[in-house]
Design a protein around this ligand. Structure first.
Ligand SMILES: [Ca+2]
Ligand SMILES: [Ca+2]
Length: 131
């Protein structure tokens, strides 16, 4: 009886949380879900913004502990040293680096910018920080 009540309470709490998540709507991006949403920087596995995207909302100081999501060729692979192009849907400038924790070479990606990574950064990025 007590267990049953506890489970019902948990279920009710889950429903409330679910309703809040749905109510938040499409304006709230979920980072690292494989879908580039508003406020996110997208780093793509292939050139020309093709195949899987590593979508960042917050800083990430080490890409090596992440994987591309979704059902693309690169899905399941690490984005570390494995991105060739980008698209920013963020309103902040991002600084990206060729090694973890702001080490290595650095370049900046501006709001709305879409391009291929140049040779120094092509398949080399390992950390990223919004300003
Ligand atoms: Ca996302
Ligand atoms: Ca990471």
């Amino acid at each position: 009886m007590k267990l049953g009540n506890s489970l019902r309470t948990l279920a009710a709490a889950g429903l409330v949380l679910g309703a809040v998540a749905v109510g938040a709507g499409p304006a709230s991006a979920v980072e690292k879900d494989g879908v580039l949403g508003p406020g996110e920087l997208g780093l793509y596995c292939y050139g020309n913004q093709q195949d899987a995207v590593f979508d960042l909302y917050y800083r990430d100081d080490n890409f090596a502990n992440d994987v591309f999501k979704g059902a693309r060729i690169c899905s399941g692979q690490t984005p570390n040293d494995n991105t060739e192009s980008y698209l920013s849907k963020d309103t902040y400038i991002w600084d990206v680096y060729t090694d973890w924790k702001r080490l290595g070479y650095s370049t900046s990606i501006y709001p709305g910018e879409r391009a291929g990574l140049t040779p120094t950064y092509f398949n080399q990025l390992s950390s990223a920080y919004p300003r």
